[in-house]
Design a protein around this ligand. Structure first.
Ligand SMILES: [Mg+2]
Length: 422
């Protein structure tokens, strides 16, 4: 009898620890900012508040698309992803803002993430204006999930003057769906007993991961709503779509075990150094080594999806005197040529300095290049790039070289000039 009671105790006792917590017991919160780019513009220019604002490419050019439309603009049928000339036709009196300064939005996004961390360490920034928070076990600190969400919304409003919509459910799939149901300024909870009632009447396209193409294929099977998909025989789905069929069946039933992916804290800096085979003061040799080092650092940054603003040169002379010099640039970079040019500039500065001090032409024994002040690379995140001009043309070359190195090894390709002395 005693043993049975204990067994019962252990069955119901679930420690509030994310690692041991049963996936079914999770409480996941999804935050989605309302008309993010447009709202940031309105915050900067208060006279635009409550008015139709469309942020996107240059409306005079044919290929631009809408990145965000304020809610008054949406009343005219304007929506994100729409070609700008069409948006202009639908809502000619809107204020069109050209999306140029992506850094401005990234900064607001980083402020948002800071607020999320006030509530839980389990934060997965999902795009520039969306994030998943695992708030399992946060009740003692912040009250019910509803109360926590309200506090979070208030903090975002008070600190950043921005509005967001929040969804809460037992997994990411349902939380993301919930946040989309009552936009703008929504707070929607899908509890376990509401899953069927909420999910089944929705069109299948509302489910995360089901795009237009899949919708078209599913409609051929008479599947239009999530309920149609949920009740469709899973074996037939598997026959038709393989593994995807199984996935479709699961999501239609609101099942999703994917964890909130907590990103590891950013590394502080990244660098490489090289002791020269023979001490030298040949400027060409020093340049060549600096380019090789810069390439290695830049490649590591790109691999980790990082960019940095501070470039540091380390230089050790043959008498073991070691000097470091740094320069900070306004925009973060992962371009080897930018890093190289700065490192080379710093080396020239040191050379001029030693000439002033009449130290003679000192030979160099070791060179190092590092990059710090790191931020996540905006290209590796899910931010859509509205214009090609955001793109460093050389970046395609860097990425192609990265691919070649991934496949054939680090020595398979290099800049010609860096090969001379390496
Ligand atoms: Mg949004």
């Amino acid at each position: 009898m005693k043993i049975n009671r204990l067994e019962g105790y252990f069955e119901t006792f679930k420690p509030a620890n994310l690692l041991t917590m049963n996936m079914k017991d999770r409480i996941i919160l999804h935050v989605d900012m309302d008309a993010f780019f447009a709202s940031v513009e309105q915050k900067e220019r208060p006279w635009l508040k409550g008015k139709p604002v469309i942020v996107g490419g240059d409306p005079r050019k044919r290929h631009g698309v809408v990145s965000a439309a304020s809610y008054p603009a949406r009343k005219y049928g304007v929506e994100a992803g729409m070609p700008l000339p069409l948006a202009r036709k639908l809502c000619p009196h809107a204020t069109f803002v050209i999306l140029r300064d992506i850094e401005k939005y990234s900064y607001v996004s980083s402020q948002l993430v800071k607020i999320f961390y006030h509530f839980t360490p389990a934060v997965e920034p999902f795009s520039i204006d969306e994030a998943f928070l695992d708030i399992t076990g946060c009740q003692r600190l912040f009250g019910t999930p509803h109360q926590l969400a309200q506090k979070l919304k208030n903090e975002i409003r008070n600190e950043l003057e921005l509005s967001c919509s929040v969804g809460i459910a037992s997994n990411k799939l349902l939380a993301k769906l919930a946040s989309s149901l009552n936009k703008p300024n929504g707070l929607t909870i899908i509890s376990k007993d509401q899953i069927k009632n909420t999910l089944y009447p929705l069109k299948v396209g509302k489910l995360w991961g089901i795009g237009e193409k899949t919708c078209n294929v599913l409609s051929k099977f008479g599947i239009r709503t999530v309920g149609d998909l949920a009740s469709f025989p899973v074996e037939v789905l598997k026959d038709q779509f393989g593994k995807v069929g199984e996935y479709l069946h699961l999501i239609a039933n609101g099942v999703d075990d994917s964890p909130v992916l907590v990103k590891s804290p950013l590394e502080k800096s990244m660098g490489h150094e090289h002791t020269l085979p023979k001490d030298t003061n040949d400027p060409d040799e020093i340049s060549s080594v600096l380019l090789s080092l810069s390439s290695m650092v830049a490649r590591r940054l790109r691999r980790k999806g990082l960019q940095g603003r501070t470039i540091t040169l380390k230089l050790r002379y043959s008498d073991f005197v070691t000097l470091t010099r740094s320069e900070t640039i306004p925009k973060p970079t992962d371009s080897e040529h930018k890093i190289y040019r700065l490192a080379k500039g710093l080396a020239s500065g040191l050379k001029a300095q030693s000439a002033c001090l009449d130290l003679g032409i000192r030979k160099v024994r070791l060179l190092g290049v590092s990059v710090s002040n790191l931020v996540r690379d905006r290209f590796s995140s899910q931010i859509p790039l509205p214009f090609p001009e955001f793109y460093d043309q050389k970046r395609d070359v860097y990425l192609a070289m990265d691919k070649i190195k991934d496949r054939f090894g680090e020595d398979s390709i290099a800049w010609a000039i860096s090969l001379i002395f390496w």
